[in-house]
Design a protein around this ligand. Sequence first.
Ligand code: CMC
Length: 426
Amino acid sequence: MLRIEFGDQSLECPLVVGTENEKAIDISQLRSKTGYITLDDSFGNTGSCKSGITYIDGDKGVLRYRGYAIEELAEKSSFIETAYLIIYGNLPNKSEYDLFSDLLTSQEILHEGFRHHFEGFPNNAHPMAMLSAMINAMGCYQSDLYEVEDGVSRFDKSAAQLISQVRTIAAAAYKMSIGQPMVYPYPEKSYAENFLQMMFSLPNKHYEVDPDILHALTMFLILHVDHEQNCSTSTVRVVASSGANLHASCSAGVCALWGRLHGGANQGVVEMFNKIKNSDYTVKEFIEKVKKKEGGAKLMGFGHRVYKNFDPRAQILQKAAHKLLDKAGKQDELLEIAQELAESALHDEYFIERKLYPNVDFYSGIILQAIGIPLNMFTVMFAIGRMPGWIAHWKEINENSKQRIYRPRQIYVGETIRKYIPVDKR
Ligand code: CMC
């Protein structure tokens, strides 16, 4: 119990301890009992919920999905198995896995009506804009006439449709943007292989998938599945708390992910590497610009609100990037720039003092580039990976019978009451 004293008033706030010994002060009675609210701009100290999905220890660089270490899942699991784990809470047994996999396959083809939606976008539309719009449109093709059909609940079907079709939409958006015909899904292929086929096959040329590329892509997707209350997941939860459907909530998540400080950072990182590669200034000079915050410059792919030591996802991806490029026998100029940047920053007082380390986006772009994914599709790849996480959080909100709508307060600092003086209007 924590006692807060306000002059002659006091409030006893219960302490809350999580299963990993995370501690919080429950201030839910604060405003009704005292009239005060807490002020925590950007929520750096605010726990917005209790959640049983993902655990992060930012000081120790720990990340676990439903109790399983990310390192183990990245090495041994498949994207579908991890998606099932994050949504339903446990690893699937063989028959659960097969059922889930079949459900995904049954949902992978887009309704033909989607062609018209795609045609409505300008050629240079950013694929994240298309993805968000299409996910919302997908919801319009769902029938809500039934709760359970053939033993499959509406939630199971919607979840499978989202995970499966986000990949079909992403590949179709890419094909449309380069003026090539859409490629239909390959039901017999694994999730990641199916995606690569839809991205890179041509009507007269089947794309041969390299097993190392496939492994790297699967690992990339698993590492992005969930990351507790980040900006896009919190957005999904906020939207879901109003009673919005799964598609609308996840569509909002895509928009939140797009920004440069969040999922858009993976595109920003490679643009930064290219800028250094194509400019006259050295890595050291670039670091100096960042430290002086020249024009708001940041070292993209560095820093994190929660990780203050290392981001385990970045470590896994760094090794994977080396493995992929070493095997191809490629001297990758971008990886060299990345290494030089990381080396300089990690020994620089500015970054040490502020506990800024490479985050997941620092190395992921190098892997995506090696796979052949175009730059403007990088954040879409993040969204494909994050979809099961958003779905799990939507489910958690909807399964909480005591869930209230998310509705923060504010401290108003605008004008006080003013008299309305009409102007002469025509
Ligand atoms: N480069 C240079 N300085 C930085 C950076 C950076 N990447 N990140 C933080 N700082 C500085 C910041 O300017 C501030 O300095 P000062 O104390 O002088 O004002 C100090 O470090 C504390 O930073 P902050 O802005 O309070 O940190 P935050 O927790 O609000 O922001 C962040 C976290 C990830 C948005 C930020 O570190 C950042 O903008 N990084 C670059 C973008 C990026 O890589 N984003 C991907 C995040 S991980 C994946 C994901 O979430 O999608």
